[in-house]
Design a protein around this ligand. Structure first.
Ligand code: AMP
Length: 309
C-alpha cells in the first residue's frame, strides 16, 4: 500500500553535544518519507520556499519518493532551530519560523488520490484536518504532533485525534495532552480522546503501544506492547528520530497490506530500527546512505536481544 505524508519540509539549525549545524535539510515529512521509502511507495504533500534547491529534492527523489505534491512558494522554507544540550531525549526549541507554511493551503495532486494510507506528520493540526478531509477513501490514517501544537492549538488538534488509527507521540507530549504525570494514566486519557491506538515513544528507552477495542476492528482489547530501541554508543543528533520511527513503523504496516496485531508489533521494531539510524549522524545524512541489508541486520539483532526463549 502506498503512503501519502503531509508535514513540514524544512531547514533545521541544530546544536547537540556532538556539534552544530546550520540549515540542514529536515522537517517531519522529510525524515518520515526517507525512512518509509525503504518499505513502500511514499508521496509527499508540503511547501518549500526559494531556498529549496534541486539538490535538496534529490535527497527524496533518489529514494523513489514522489515529490509532485511539494509546492514551491515565494519566500523562505520552514526553519526550525533546536538544541539538545540539556537532554538528548528532548529538543529545546529556540525558534520556529513558519515562513511559507504560514500561508500554506495543501493541494492533493490527482496522482496521489489513490493513496492507501495517510500519515499526518507534525504540522499545524488545521492543515492535518484539511488533508484528511481531502482523502476520504484512505484505508489507514496515522499521525503525529508536538508540544508546540498541543499547547496553543489544542482545539484544532482534538478533532484530528479522533480520525486516527494510530497516534504517535512521546512521553512529554502524552503528559501534556492528558494533564497526567503518570505514563500509564496519561496513555489511558489520550486514548479517551479518540485514536484507535496510541504509540508512546520513550526516547532511547523504547516505545509502548496501547490498544482499544477498535484497534483491529474485532472488538478485542489487547494488552499494551513494549518495543525496545537499538542500544547505540554514539547519538550524534536526535532530530528526526521520531519521524524516522514513524516512517519505519508505518512503512512496514503499509508493506504488509493490512493491520493485524502481529504486523503492529513487528512494525514497532522496524520503527526502532529506523530511529536508530536517524540519530547516528546530523540531519538526514545517515538515512540517506542506509541500505536494506543494514536494516535487516539491525532488525534481526533487536529481535535476538529481546525475546525470551
Ligand atoms: P522529531 O522526529 O520529533 O525529532 O522531529 C524533528 C523535525 O520536526 C525537524 O526536522 C523539524 O524541522 C520539525 N519540526 C520542528 N518543529 C515543528 C513544528 N512546530 N511543526 C512542524 N515541524 C516541526
Amino acid at each position: 500500500m502506498s503512503i501519502l505524508v503531509v508535514g513540514s519540509v524544512a531547514f533545521d539549525s541544530l546544536e547537540t553535544p556532538s556539534g552544530k549545524r546550520e540549515r540542514v535539510l529536515g522537517g517531519a515529512a522529510t525524515h518520515f518519507a526517507l525512512a518509509a521509502s525503504f518499505f513502500t511507495d511514499v508521496r509527499v504533500v508540503g511547501v518549500v520556499g526559494e531556498d529549496f534547491l534541486p539538490e535538496h529534492e534529490r535527497v527524496l527523489t533518489s529514494k523513489g519518493v514522489d515529490t509532485t505534491g511539494i509546492e514551491r512558494a515565494p519566500g523562505k522554507s520552514f526553519h526550525w532551530t533546536g538544541t539538545y544540550l540539556r537532554d538528548l531525549n528532548e529538543a529545546d526549541t529556540i525558534a520556529t519560523d513558519l515562513n511559507v507554511f504560514a500561508e500554506f493551503a495543501p493541494k492533493i495532486p490527482a496522482s496521489y488520490e489513490d493513496s492507501d494510507c495517510l500519515f499526518l506528520a507534525n504540522i499545524d493540526p488545521m492543515l492535518q484536518a484539511r488533508v484528511r478531509a481531502q482523502m476520504p477513501n484512505v484505508k489507514l490514517v496515522a499521525g503525529d504532533t508536538m508540544n508546540y501544537w498541543i499547547g496553543a492549538h489544542r482545539e484544532n488538534l482534538l478533532p484530528v485525534l479522533r480520525e486516527l488509527d494510530a497516534l504517535l507521540i512521546n512521553d512529554n507530549e502524552a503528559k501534556m495532552l492528558s494533564g497526567e504525570s503518570n505514563g500509564l494514566r496519561a496513555a489511558e486519557k489520550v486514548m479517551e480522546l479518540g485514536p484507535k491506538s496510541l504509540i508512546v515513544k520513550h526516547g532511547e528507552y523504547g516505545s509502548t503501544a496501547y490498544f482499544s477495542e477498535r484497534s483491529f476492528g474485532d472488538g478485542v482489547k489487547r494488552l499494551p506492547f513494549r518495543a525496545p530501541t537499538v542500544p547505540l554508543a554514539d547519538v550524534v543528533d536526535p532530530t528526526g528520530a521520531g519521524d524516522s520511527f514513524a516512517g519505519g513503523f508505518y512503512g512496514y504496516v503499509a508493506s504488509q497490506g493490512s493491520l493485524t496485531p502481529e504486523v503492529f508489533r513487528t512494525a514497532l521494531f522496524y520503527g526502532s530500527v529506523m530511529g536508530s539510524f536517524a540519530v547516528e549522524r546530523f540531519g538526514t545524512e545517515r538515512l540517506q546512505e542506509t541500505t536494506r541489508q543494514e536494516i535487516d541486520a539491525r532488525f534481526a539483532h533487536l529481535k535476538e536481544m529481546s525475546h525470551l526463549s
